[in-house]
Design a protein around this ligand. Structure first.
Ligand SMILES: *[C@@H]1O[C@H](CO)[C@@H](O)[C@H](O)[C@H]1NC(C)=O
Ligand SMILES: [Ca+2]
Ligand SMILES: [Ca+2]
Length: 376
């Protein structure tokens, strides 16, 4: 029933690794029918409810290494891993732009999805920083892995979430346990950054696309290796807005100025029909759409982007200086929406929009970019 058009499902998705034979155990429930343009708390593109419940060590399948609990930032930082040659990789790292610090209005008093904690609007100051002009690409992540032998969490867990519409019939047929309330998200064995739609897929033709299926710790490890870090949510949003005040998108308030597409989103009906009017059914090469005023590409759309902040929906109008989010939490904040976002289900391709995932989550529409205090 959840597949019926114009029905938005509430669902919670718990992936429990402690089950017999590490079966994916899923609980879900559907809410009542809702107005599709006001999808508060909705699954959206299913973007926000995917989560792994961290595996207890003994429940991990035999022969599988449990995820490394060590701080990935410490393990892969330049200081602690001085033997790693970054010289060659340096040329492959993303160019960065200088983001001159200042004040901006963070969040919105006219939230598209109130349950996400988009408001209230508050005056925020961020110091200057540098930001990757693009999402981290497969090519760049490949150079990191080559230099460090890093293994992502999805590779350790042995699976990752893939949007059903991207899967081959063969892969789909092998998945016995679908997510009832979110049939478009499937846990696919062998899906990871090198195999975005499962073992029968690869990234050979996608080296300039954003790396996907990376957990928060994977993103932190990459940025540390590059001598960078993840942006705070405030830095990310300040950068997204590109100096424009209180606008919806990085380029203004109109989604398609002059009939042009400014981001890789979803056109058509989600999740059944993707017309790909913007040219792309799934991820696109980075920089396929115009940059904002700061020279940043794909801030909304293409891949969701991890930030360093823990998730909370409780904000005040109080002025803030370089906010870093709550000191702890369960989920990390991600920003910008993805190629799966459509207004009816995931109106989250706005600068003020936000969503969350547990740090060990990975999916076929979630990536990141890095920032740094100094020029890299
Ligand atoms: C990658 O996938 C394409 C089809 O998507 C296939 O033609 C090609 O052989 C694959 N390459 C490798 C190295 O597996
Ligand atoms: Ca698209
Ligand atoms: Ca993006």
């Amino acid at each position: 029933m959840c597949l019926q058009t114009k029905m938005v499902c509430f669902f919670a998705l718990f992936v429990i690794f402690g089950c017999v034979n590490k079966v994916w155990c899923l609980q879900s429930s559907c809410g009542a029918e809702r107005e599709p343009v006001a999808p508060e708390g909705a699954a959206g593109c299913g973007c926000d409810r995917l989560q792994r419940v961290a595996a207890a060590q003994e429940s991990v399948e035999e022969g599988t290494e449990p995820p490394d609990p060590a701080d990935p930032a410490a393990k892969y930082s330049k200081d602690s891993n001085g033997a790693v040659q970054r010289g060659d990789a340096n040329e492959l790292l993303s160019p960065m732009v200088y983001i001159s610090g200042g004040e901006f209005l963070m969040g919105t008093n006219d939230p598209g999805i109130p349950a996400d904690g988009e408001g209230p609007q508050r005056l925020v100051h961020v110091d200057s920083f540098y930001m990757d002009v693009q999402e981290v690409t497969n090519q760049q992540f490949q150079s990191f892995v080559s230099a460090t032998d890093y293994v992502t969490e999805a590779e350790k867990f042995g699976d990752s979430f893939v949007f059903e519409g991207l899967l081959s019939e063969q892969v789909k047929n092998e998945i016995t346990q679908a997510v009832a309330a979110a049939p478009w998200w499937l846990p696919v064995k062998g899906a990871n950054w090198k195999h975005p739609e499962g073992p029968d897929s690869n990234i050979t033709d996608r080296m300039d696309h954003p790396v996907l299926h990376v957990s928060w710790a994977d993103a932190v490890a990459f940025c540390s290796w590059a001598d960078k870090r993840l942006p705070t949510e405030a830095e990310w949003e300040y950068a997204c807005r590109g100096g424009l005040k209180d606008r919806l998108y990085p380029w203004g308030n109109k989604l398609n100025p002059k009939g042009q597409h400014y981001a890789n989103l979803w056109q058509g009906d989600f999740p059944s029909h993707n017309s790909a009017e913007d040219g792309f059914i799934k991820s696109s090469p980075v920089k396929s759409f115009p940059a904002n005023n700061f020279g940043l590409y794909d801030m909304v759309g293409n891949a969701w982007e991890w930030t360093s902040d823990w998730w909370t929906v409780h904000h005040t109008a109080e002025q803030k200086h370089n906010p870093t989010g709550p000191p702890s939490g369960k989920d990390k904040v991600k920003k910008g929406g993805s190629y799966m976002c459509h207004k009816s289900y995931c109106y989250r391709y706005r600068c003020a929009a936000r969503s969350q995932n547990t740090p060990d989550s990975s999916a076929s529409n979630l990536g990141f970019r890095c920032v740094s205090q100094d020029q890299r």
